[in-house]
Design a protein around this ligand. Sequence first.
Ligand code: HEM
Length: 148
Amino acid sequence: MREDPSLIENAVEEILRRDTSVPAWRRSTTRPVEIAGVEVPKDARLMLLLASANRDESVFENPDEFDIRRENAGKHIAFSHGIHFCLGAPLARLEARVALELLTQRLPDLRLSPPDQEFEFDPNMSFRGPKEMWAEWTPNGSAEATGR
Ligand code: HEM
């Protein structure tokens, strides 16, 4: 991404696919429906596993792999699908792209510190993100490095 910023747009899609930030979401049926051969009655409460769909091996080759050059990365449903498709999707995509463009250009040696840190997540089924992520970089090319 640092060497070729044109990859950033697709990288954002791959991040949304591979590390889906809304892993599960609720829906209820307004009428009886059949989903993949299963009869679902009216007023059923469903938990949709968006993160699982985003690693569907019939859609994505080597789905657990993180590949910012993946051609169909944008086929994910991280923003859901249909009438309730996320209203903020264009804003979220823009923010992620701008953040990555600025971080890769202004802090080109930004890195995890320590590199092998384990992330802790809130016990929440619908919103997923690490509680903390420690990083370091070299300010103005000096040897001093710090940051969070
Ligand atoms: C990475 C960031 C985001 C992700 C992954 C995300 C994901 C989602 C998902 C999965 C839904 C559920 C849709 C459904 O019911 O099927 C949703 C709905 C929604 N999102 Fe987002 N969202 C993000 C950012 C935002 C932002 C920045 C905004 C507003 C500025 C926003 C506003 C909304 C609204 C208003 C809905 C409800 C839409 C409706 O019910 O018709 N989202 N989002």
